[in-house]
Design a protein around this ligand. Sequence first.
Ligand SMILES: [Mg+2]
Ligand SMILES: [Zn+2]
Length: 194
Amino acid sequence: MSRPAVFLDRDGVLVEDTGVITHSSMAHPLPGVAEALMNLHKAGALLVVVSNQSVLARGLLDEEGVIRIQRSIEDKLMSDGAPRLDGFYFCGHHPHADLEVWRSECDCRKPAPGLLLKAAKDLEIDLTTSFMVGDRPSDITAGHRAGCRTILVETGRHTAPPILTWQAFDPVDPDVVCKGLKDASRYILEAAKW
Ligand SMILES: [Mg+2]
Ligand SMILES: [Zn+2]
């Protein structure tokens, strides 16, 4: 039986978007996030982080480093009362990546929906009852393309223009705009009908 998920962008949603994060000491959880995650978990949603990690293409971190930072973020959130998260999916690809191993026009770098689709397959997620929460148009577009409802939060780079690199795209409007993940979780719990 498939379950609903809440897909979460990392920077600007779970932690402050301070630019390129290359060490766990640079990752600061946003206020209200731990409580929001616990409420969504209690309601039966899987919690899955989906993140573009250009640090990989640029050779600033390896996969172990990216996973280490994610563990540290989850540890910090759990010490504030968050549940264990259910998945962490990231894309390090870029057609002009410095490192050949990441050089690819992939289908997983948001705004492409690949990370969400992979998670849905792995974790038996029902995309039609799921939500994507992000702070950028590329997050919203990825969620929309995966068939989820979408929420833009104002805790990150929502005022920055869409990133138009090799993946030029027409951004879609989110279903709703929320101040942060806590407000988003309230909206989801009302709108979800899980
Ligand atoms: Mg972000
Ligand atoms: Zn990718």
